[in-house]
Design a protein around this ligand. Sequence first.
Ligand code: SER
Length: 449
Amino acid sequence: MKYKDIKKIFLDFFNKKNHQIIDSASLLAKDDPSLMFTNAGMNRFKKYFLGSKNPKYVRITNIQKCLRITGKHNDISDVGRDKYHHTMFEMLGNWSFGDYFKKEAIEWAWELLTKTFKIRKSNIYVTIFSGNINENLEFDKESYKYWKNLINENQIVFFDKKHNFWEMGNTGPCGYSSEIHIDLREKKEKKKIEGKKLINKGHPLVIELWNLVFIEFFRTQNGNLEKLSKSHVDTGMGIERLCMVLQNKKSTYDTDIFISLIKEIENITGKVYGKLEEEDIAIRVLADHIRAIVFAIKDGIIPSNKKSGYIIRKLLRRTIVYYFLDLNLKKSFLYKLVKVVLSEKNNDNSKIKENFISNLIKKEELLFFKNLFKVSKKFYKIISYLKKEGKTIINGKIIFELYDTYGLPFELANLFALKNNFIIDKFSFEKEMLKQKLRSKTKKKNIYV
Ligand code: SER
């Protein structure tokens, strides 16, 4: 089953259950000062949850692009290292604004997965909130009741607030969640250890597939929970993972979402995916990041020195550092991948957009590349000196100078350092940053990053 068909089947399923199909919102969280990027499908619906605005439709279904590289939900350190996390992913969702609640959300999720998509029931596990004394929250007996009617009790597992209480950020609408996990291991592996014991343990083939969130509360600035006047449903399932399941793959990068992108990376770099672990990680990072960067630019987030633009610039530079260090590629090429990323969405693509994004990325690559050569030379000089001295820690002041002069962000300097078995003294780096901020405040001018 192809990525495009899966999307359509999902939307049609909920459309038949009287959900209005709507488009994805922008990746830029325009109207929410508590967020930089859209990190969840529910961001744009906050006002409906809080009751400050009435929705046109009380049931909605959509596929929302989400970017998780800042704030409470940040997956960047897992991306590429594992085979199922992404900085940007598309979240399939169904929504109820004060309409249906747990019963329908649970029954329809089960129907879609097991009847429509025909996923084997024995591979599915569901998790339920076990309660929290400090917050005076009971265990989710309602979800338990509905799941018990559908699934073997042995496939129901209880977890605490960390896993089964969903919050968008430090404040905002929130509530209990019930997650659907899937065990994609081979029979032999399943015999050795039950899937149930591997839930939320970071096993690459026992992963969360769908999160059903039941919004009932509002987390206030002072950390209290207030009951909302109505209860709502917010569900989210990453299409990348659903494709992995339905296409019988062991990695999201092996699905038809990523396959042509990875092929193109292989063509350009001359590397072969699946040969060397370090190169594979870099290839996955590239495939993931370029997709996020292209979609972000498409939504108007232009790489710059400020706010969201700077985060995208850092993501771009991170991608460059990966191919520079791990694929040993010393010239710009990311811009050539724009075409492949956009062909995924060929219906809303135009040549002008493609050229604009591609030129912008090329310019960014060239700009950073010039500095990268100088930076890496300086860096290797520093570490060879430190090695001779028998040291393994780099003074943050030196790293600050690289950042200040060549625009090498701390996170990327850290990649350089770790690859050479060094660590950076973050404290002294931050001290320099602070000093610079104070200096620029007095001068009242922008700093170069
Ligand atoms: N809000 C939940 C999530 O982002 C479900 O959509 O995972």
